[in-house]
Design a binder for this molecule. Structure first.
Ligand SMILES: NC(=O)c1ccc[n+]([C@@H]2O[C@H](COP(=O)([O-])OP(=O)(O)OC[C@H]3O[C@@H](n4cnc5c(N)ncnc54)[C@H](O)[C@@H]3O)[C@@H](O)[C@H]2O)c1
Ligand SMILES: O=C(O)C(=O)C[C@@H](O)[C@H](O)[C@H](O)COP(=O)(O)O
Ligand SMILES: [Zn+2]
Length: 354
């Protein structure tokens, strides 16, 4: 399956195919004329798939690799000097290529490196987690975290190609399958009631596996449409952030040691929906539908946060414009909207005692 992200300044393909990793070399060879390639990965993924990828590239390119410790703390400034040094040592020029082989952490950090090294170098995303396959590898949001919050320094820097092999998910730990399902459910909530129904009907990842490529395609296609319409996140793209204001607060508050991103998004989606429903901003019953699908996919839906923590974090939300907060709400499943409000909206025990 193939999709193309068509932007004003560039178009790039996304290929989704079982066993694609076995022929990644020929996709890359077809598209890149440079001499050198650096693969950036983490210490879980590289031992599983690094040699397979390198073996396909070695005859044609000078290959090197850089392996990060796995986990969110690697998405930080502290990691950057080591990566830039490795790129300089391997003498990568602007006509060369960086490949991000891993989950969203590797993808976001590598994307940030690609955007900044020599002011921009070619980038291929090979996402290996469900979350990265359905969401983070597409759309060009690249970033590192700051101690004050998630993704606070970054860029919009799109890859030149995305290669998705759903079969690599066979080695993904169950916790991160569930984590990725958090973002899949998000797509159903914000834009695709039909997808939500399929997820409800299947009721577990095992029952979805036969349709996995189609599910990935559906999510990526939804993201592609939104990103084409609003690449820079000034309007419609904010819908992709449903549940994320609370999610980012939870992740940062617990130092990325408790909830993973997808788990935090799950809590954020249910809680903002429940809160909006209490205020008549969302149709009755919607929050309950979300809660029961989250339970089916083994995702959490509650977490207590001190009110001041939430209020402080909200002020750093990237959807804020001037003094307005833009909160993503649902009219109903599959129908989302941007609700313009102020920090007052969140000043309630009901949103933090969740
Ligand atoms: N840029 C975007 O648009 C966007 C969208 C959503 C999320 N994100 C970001 O993505 C990050 C989360 O990504 P994630 O959930 O992929 O986390 P992750 O990159 O930490 O991967 C999860 C875990 O799975 C392991 N792993 C990955 N693929 C594997 C495989 N095939 N087999 C075995 N182990 C494997 C990793 O080593 C890691 O331990 C967060 O930082 C989040 O903010 C970005
Ligand atoms: O691509 C987008 O736009 C998204 O909001 C996708 C989110 O799933 C993702 O977590 C993104 O990194 C959040 O962006 P941020 O702007 O809130 O940091
Ligand atoms: Zn997300």
């Amino acid at each position: 399956m193939e999709l193309n992200v068509k932007l004003a300044h560039k178009t790039y393909p996304i290929y989704i195919e079982n066993n694609l990793l076995q022929s990644a070399g020929s996709y890359i060879e077809h598209a890149f004329q440079g001499k050198r390639i650096m693969i950036i990965s983490d210490d879980n993924v590289y031992p599983l798939y690094g040699d397979l990828l390198t073996a396909q590239l070695e005859g044609r390119y000078q290959c090197s690799h850089y392996v990060l410790p796995h986990g969110e703390p690697s998405k930080s400034f502290d990691m950057l000097p080591g990566v830039y040094s490795a790129l300089l040592e391997a003498k990568l020029s602007r006509s060369d290529l960086i490949i991000a082989l891993g989950g969203g952490v590797v993808g976001d950090l590598t994307g940030f490196v690609a955007a900044t090294y020599l002011r921009g170098i070619k980038l291929v995303q090979i996402p290996t987690s469900l979350l990265a396959q359905v969401d983070s590898s597409v759309g060009g949001k690249v970033a590192v975290d700051l101690p004050q919050g998630k993704n606070l320094v970054g860029a919009f820097y799109h890859p030149d190609m995305v290669l998705i092999d759903p079969l690599v998910l066979k080695t993904l730990p169950e916790r991160f399958i569930n984590d990725g399902m958090g973002e899949v459910i998000k797509y159903g909530c914000i834009a695709d009631a039909k997808l939500f129904k399929i997820l409800e009907k299947c009721g577990s990842f095992e029952d979805l596996e036969d349709y996995l490529s189609n599910i990935i395609y559906t999510c990526v296609d939804c993201k592609r449409r939104v990103v084409e319409e609003d690449e820079r996140d000034t309007g419609r793209r904010m819908l992709l952030n449903f549940g994320h204001t609370l999610a980012h607060t939870i992740e940062q508050h617990f130092h990325y040691e408790r909830e993973s991103h997808g788990e935090a998004v799950a809590i954020g989606m249910y809680q903002i929906c429940r809160f909006a429903q209490l205020r008549g901003l969302t149709a009755p019953g919607t929050a309950e539908q979300i809660k029961s699908i989250l339970i089916s996919y083994h995702l959490p839906f509650e977490c207590a946060l001190p009110t001041d923590v939430l209020l402080d974090a909200i002020l750093l939300d990237k959807k804020n414009l001037n003094d307005h907060l833009n909160v993503i709400l649902l009219h109903t499943i599959g129908d989302s909207y941007i609700y313009e409000t102020t920090a007052e909206f969140f000043k309630s025990e009901q949103i933090t005692q969740i």
